[in-house]
Design a protein around this ligand. Structure first.
Ligand SMILES: Cc1cc2nc3c(=O)[nH]c(=O)nc-3n(C[C@H](O)[C@H](O)[C@H](O)COP(=O)(O)OP(=O)(O)OC[C@H]3O[C@@H](n4cnc5c(N)ncnc54)[C@H](O)[C@@H]3O)c2cc1C
Length: 321
């Protein structure tokens, strides 16, 4: 017999996507629980940029405001990690890492993604500070600085052209990962992007300040910021237990990560399970993750209304027979 609480919807993950979905559902008078492990992807960044109306807010502050907003509509937010999800008679049973279980008629999974960084000494420690991946998140802050793009694959060519928009001092480190065609070399030269051959072995930091990158030859090339493209890998362990697996995502023929597919409303191939944010959309920024959450929340509400209407019609027919 089920003794643990049942919610209309449990959102697994309380970042921008999960909280935004919860806001829509709370305002739709649904019972909602958000379970959040408290490790949003951008935690290392000082500020959230390109979030209209809240430009430059620290990430933790934005989420704190979001939690207060959903709480005003009766949404419960719990710190914790959902470890397993299983189908139950009425929806899904979820086990949390504190040993408790909860039930949900519908699931909104917004667990985000993991940035898998290249294995270069000193690089991971500076990620989000002066090791960067996204010009829209950090480009303005390093405008006119000496920027180094460390190639991981052919995507770095695109990166070099992009970051050049923010600085005219951009160096592309080929890092033994990229071979330039004569046309590539010409395009880079035309834009004034310097090219350095050789493998990058270390991000060099002095007095807690990034000063450059070390090459295999031992030479240190001075730079003030380093750009490295991670592989974006959806946090999808929980979804695997429900039969949903990530698939490779490519841009311009180059793989840049793995995401779990969903339709434009966030629905998956598993009835009752919706996705939003980076777990399904690797490109989502905070504002678009929030938009995805709202969208999925509205779709979930519609699905619940359909179920409730079908049940009401069955009762109505029995009574009228
Ligand atoms: C360094 C850096 C800087 C960035 N700067 C910007 C910026 O300036 N502007 C911008 O728009 N975007 C920025 N981004 C991108 C931004 O982080 C993402 O767009 C955004 O976090 C996506 O929101 P989300 O809700 O999908 O995932 P997240 O914010 O990552 O939230 C997912 C949440 O789910 C939780 N979770 C995961 N698994 C479980 C589980 N099993 N049970 C319970 N909880 C779980 C996590 O702990 C986390 O709290 C930046 C990213 C990085 C890496």
């Amino acid at each position: 017999m089920q003794t643990s609480p049942e919610y209309d919807v449990v959102a697994v993950g309380g970042g921008a996507a999960g909280l935004s979905g919860a806001l829509a559902l709370g305002r739709a008078r649904r019972t909602v629980l958000v379970v959040d492990a408290g490790e949003p992807r951008n935690a290392a960044a000082g500020h959230v940029h390109n979030y209209l109306g809240r430009e430059g807010t620290p990430p933790a502050e934005l989420l704190e405001v979001g939690r207060a907003e959903v709480a005003a509509y009766g949404v419960q937010v719990r710190r914790g990690r959902v470890t397993t999800a299983m189908r139950s008679a009425t929806g899904f049973g979820l086990a949390l890492d504190d040993g408790t279980t909860v039930h949900a008629r519908r699931l909104l999974v917004t667990t985000g993604l993991t940035d898998v960084l290249p294995e270069i000494a000193g690089l991971a420690e500076r990620f989000g500070n002066d090791v960067l991946h996204c010009p829209y998140c950090h480009g303005w802050e390093v405008r006119d600085r000496a920027i180094g793009i460390v190639a991981g694959n052919a995507f770095a060519l695109h990166g070099a052209g992009l970051w050049r928009q923010w600085s005219d001092d951009v160096t592309l480190f080929l890092n033994d990962r990229l071979a330039l065609s004569p046309e590539d070399a010409e395009r880079l030269a035309a834009r004034g992007v310097a090219v350095v051959e050789g493998r990058v072995t270390e991000v060099v930091v002095e007095d807690d300040r990034l000063v450059g990158v070390r090459l295999e030859s031992g030479e240190v090339v001075r730079r003030e910021a380093v750009v490295a493209a991670p592989q974006f890998v959806a946090n999808s362990d929980l979804l695997a237990s429900l039969g949903l697996e990530p698939v490779a995502v490519e841009m311009g023929g180059v793989r840049f990560g793995y995401a779990v597919p969903s339709d434009p409303g966030g629905a998956t191939t598993v009835p009752g399970v919706w996705l939003a944010g980076n777990v399904t959309d690797l490109r989502a920024q905070v504002i678009s993750a929030a938009a995805g959450g709202l969208n999925a929340g509205a779709m979930i509400n519609m699905d619940l209304i359909e179920e409730e209407t079908a049940a009401a019609v069955a009762t109505y027919r029995r009574k009228s027979a």
